[in-house]
Design a protein around this ligand. Sequence first.
Ligand code: SAH
Length: 282
Amino acid sequence: MASVFHAYHSPLPYFPYKWQRSHPPRPSVSFPSSSFSRRCQSDARFMATRVKAAASTTPDGRALQVGIAEFYDKSSGLWEDIWGDHMHHGFYDPDSNVSGTDHRAAQIRMIEESLRFAGISEDPAKQPKRIVDVGCGIGGSSRYLARKYGAECQGITLSQVQAGRANVLAKAEGLADNVSFQVADALNQPFPDGQFDLVWSMESGEHMPEKAKFVNELVRVAAPGGTIIIVTWCHRDLGPSEESLQPWEKKLLNRICNAYYLPEWCSTSDYVKLLQSLSLQM
Ligand code: SAH
């Protein structure tokens, strides 16, 4: 069972994904080793679904977007109370036993490990200066990255409540000149081509109904030489003789999809194939 429950209770091959966009040839991709594993903190998103009321829409197309927006409009306040700035999982050492308060530190560690994994330079001259945070929540990553790198950061989310809250927090933290948030669709981003030297997607890819369009859009807004980091939920890779997940696995994942407004899942190797098809550099 744990093997499909990657995002929740098992060491997960969920997908910290990095590639670099180079000059003319396009970005490079690299993959996590199996030691890039972590367990999630307790299931904050699951708690949030209890607040969700009965916004029942078919998880596809526009209905999916509306469902996601409503879901986060209603639940973000609760998560902020529990988890603070970040709505993603923490990064934990295998077999670590952390207390409640350590979970927020583990979320920061997830950001740091993702940057490290992607090989983002510590050299100030090479650090990212223009960042987009795709699926930004209440902007925790944006503010963290803007502060860390002295960068400008723009965040997009489907939730009006999240965008509003993220802007309020940026102002309160003295970051309003560098960081801003708006409601926009990751599959149709309101940015010209080649704008950002870091394209950041932390636990938003699992919401995207068209992974190819999602990835293409991330590539489109990346500047030549820029880096794209995707950390997302994936199901296990299929074996050589398998054409799909087992029925019981699909059933389980469907329950998660319905609870969290997620479309069908894909595997890490599906992402890899997608990115390879775009001739990205690993
Ligand atoms: N990255 C944030 C939030 C993760 S929660 C963090 O780590 O704290 C998932 C986020 O993805 C939410 O903000 C949700 O609005 C956003 N999202 C989902 N689908 C989206 C889409 N199509 N376009 C833009 N944002 C989207």
